[in-house]
Design a protein around this ligand. Structure first.
Ligand SMILES: CC(C)(COP(=O)(O)OP(=O)(O)OC[C@H]1O[C@@H](n2cnc3c(N)ncnc32)[C@H](O)[C@@H]1OP(=O)(O)O)[C@@H](O)C(=O)NCCC(=O)NCCS
Length: 208
């Protein structure tokens, strides 16, 4: 899997990917589907175009076909933390380690760029998803953000108690990250080639 900057030509594929990952018909729904909390599209062409204009979106393309699978949006905050959103894996690809691998690669790239925190918000009611982030080093900051009930572009809420909680992951300092890379490189020389999962490389993320 190779991560690239998303281009304008990716927009239709990104809209389809994000909407299918977040909210799909029941038969196709992924394990974190928001069905029950929200309905309608999660995003649209204009929202993705705006997101691309303001900050970066990363996509991976499969070896065959052109539609991006998966994607993530990364915005550099004034505090120099990376604010993540629109992390999406196509429903039929979920539960195979794709989302976790993408997140770890983003964390590595952020750390190498001197970024100290990854930040994301999640719907408080999405307990499995929050547990997934916690298992990947994220912790609640204790802050909550009002759900944007007045923004129809994120879909139609089906309950009136939706709330977003802020999660953060502290990253190792740049020197610790490069020390770990050196240890890993030495271990690979010593142990021989890594197995398939370890050897998967996500490339193409540049500086923020
Ligand atoms: C959240 C998301 C990106 C995760 O990607 P993924 O590729 O499915 O995740 P992975 O395969 O890397 O991780 C799967 C883990 O979830 C667990 N999992 C799988 N199905 C599960 C289920 N039904 N309930 C709870 N946990 C489940 C697996 O046990 C696995 O855990 P492990 O790594 O400890 O074994 C993806 O599900 C998605 O696109 N969701 C819709 C969009 C979304 O909610 N984005 C985040 C918004 S904040």
């Amino acid at each position: 899997m190779i991560l690239n900057e998303a281009a304008a030509s990716d927009i239709p594929g990104l809209v389809a990917l994000v909407n299918s990952a977040y909210r799909s018909p029941r038969a196709m729904a992924g394990w974190t589907d928001e069905r029950g909390s929200l309905e309608g599209p999660r995003t649209g062409k204009q929202a993705i175009l705006t997101a691309l204009g303001k900050s970066r979106m990363k996509v991976a393309r499969p070896s065959s076909g052109t539609n991006p699978v998966p994607c993530i949006h990364i915005a550099l905050g004034e505090d120099r933390d990376w604010y993540l959103s629109l992390l999406a894996v196509a429903p039929d690809q979920q539960g195979k380690g794709v989302g976790g691998a993408l997140l770890e690669d983003v964390a590595r790239q952020a750390s190498e760029s001197g970024i100290r925190h990854l930040r994301i918000t999640a719907i408080r009611q999405s307990r499995d998803l929050i547990a997934w982030y916690e298992a990947r080093g994220f912790r609640s900051t204790g802050e909550t953000v009002c759900f944007p009930y007045d923004d129809p572009s994120v879909g139609r809420p089906l309950r009136n108690d939706l709330e977003l909680i802020a999660l953060e992951r502290l990253l190792p300092s740049r020197s610790a990250a490069s020390d770990r890379r050196a240890i890993f490189a030495k271990k690979r020389i010593h142990d021989g080639p890594p197995d398939d999962r370890e050897g998967r490389t996500l490339m193409g993320i540049g500086e923020a």
